[in-house]
Design a protein around this ligand. Structure first.
Ligand code: MG
Length: 343
């Protein structure tokens, strides 16, 4: 197989702000795996939160070339394992390679991935749409722009949480999901914020505190139970790869799986089945991604409880077309592989 890559800048419709950072664009790397006249495409959206940069991703992609040049893509399960072993971390680069490999496989077998996996495309959950942190006026405009989506995800975790929730509730009565992105710094602050959030129409709260503090999350959950506050807690930054899951069971209620954290479709698949075994609810989320990576995740969506696959809708120059979304409901492409094409 021949591997090549190119960088594309994805421009955000609005400045994207969450509790830890603010950006106007995101540079993603697209990889192409060619063999036998078939080309598979994959995408990497790096995250500084997980120690990644464009340079570190490019190194991993470069390091995969010798192995891939000799590999038989029909042995894709074996190659998937080898890709995970390339070096520690840098999972978005591994995801790009895994996506390209599986796109190639689907095209070779002439089947869309969800068909290859035996999944029912009617079973995809409705996706939420995320409203990034902004001034109350702009957040209200974003909520109006997201009119077709029946569920919204609100980013909290700053000193402006109350102002934000006031602005949101003035603009909409839709069910909400809250993502603190590790922004509440102590278990007491998280408890106070979640008890206050109970008055709103909220489905669950994602990553209330910095990752790695499972004892604090356990304490938080007990306190919430004692106060009869029934807001489920979901892990995101605490839930990167399958290895993280055994310690999260019984601490969190659910997890957010992202291809860029897990290292691709193979690892996300493993996480989905492990989470089911451990009794954890499953959400499929994303980073700032084009239709390539979003569509890849959408092929797994029939297996999960919740979807938050809006990364491609946050940009105004998506170079690709793939999964279609109407009122948050996803229609999976019937063309082989990922089923994406350049615009
Ligand atoms: Mg999150």
């Amino acid at each position: 197989m021949t591997l090549s890559s190119r960088l594309l800048r994805l421009d955000l419709k609005h400045t994207w702000t969450i509790s830890r950072a603010s950006v106007d664009y995101h540079d993603n790397i697209f990889v192409y795996l060619e063999h036998d006249g078939i080309t598979g495409i994959g995408e990497a959206s790096f995250s500084r939160r997980y120690g990644e940069s464009l340079e570190s991703l490019q190194k991993v992609i470069e390091s995969a070339k010798p192995m891939l040049s000799h590999a038989n893509p029909l042995h894709f399960a074996e190659i998937g394992e080898t890709v995970q072993q390339l070096r520690p971390g840098q999972n978005s680069a591994k995801a790009a390679l895994d996506l390209a490999l599986m796109d190639w496989v689907g095209k070779k077998f002439d089947l869309p991935l969800f068909r290859l996996w035996g999944l029912n495309p009617a079973k995809t959950p409705v996706s939420s749409f995320t409203i990034g942190i902004d001034t109350p006026e702009i957040m209200q405009r974003k909520i109006r722009e997201a009119e077709e989506f029946p569920i919204l995800k609100i980013k909290l975790g700053t000193a402006h949480d109350e102002e934000i929730m006031r602005a949101v509730c003035e603009a909409t009565g839709k069910p909400l999901r809250v993502d603190a992105n590790e922004g509440w710094k102590s278990k007491e602050e998280a408890l106070e914020k979640i008890c206050w959030l109970e008055q709103f129409n909220i489905e669950f709260v994602e990553q209330p505190m910095p990752a790695g503090r499972l004892d604090d999350v356990r304490w938080l959950r007990q306190q919430l139970q004692q106060r009869r506050v029934n807001l489920p807690l979901f892990a995101d930054e605490d839930s990167k790869t399958p290895r993280d899951l055994p310690t999260l069971a019984g601490v969190y209620d659910g997890i957010n799986i992202k291809l860029m954290k897990s290292g691709g479709l193979h690892e996300a698949w493993r996480m989905i089945h492990l989470a089911r075994t451990l009794g954890l609810k499953i959400m499929l989320g994303c980073m700032i991604e084009s239709s390539v990576a979003i569509t890849a995740a959408a092929h797994l969506a029939p297996l999960v409880d919740y979807a938050d696959l809006d990364g491609h809708l946050l940009i105004n120059n998506d170079p690709f077309v793939g999964v279609r979304m109407q009122n948050g409901k996803m229609t999976l492409p019937e063309t082989p592989g990922l089923g994406v094409r350049e615009r």
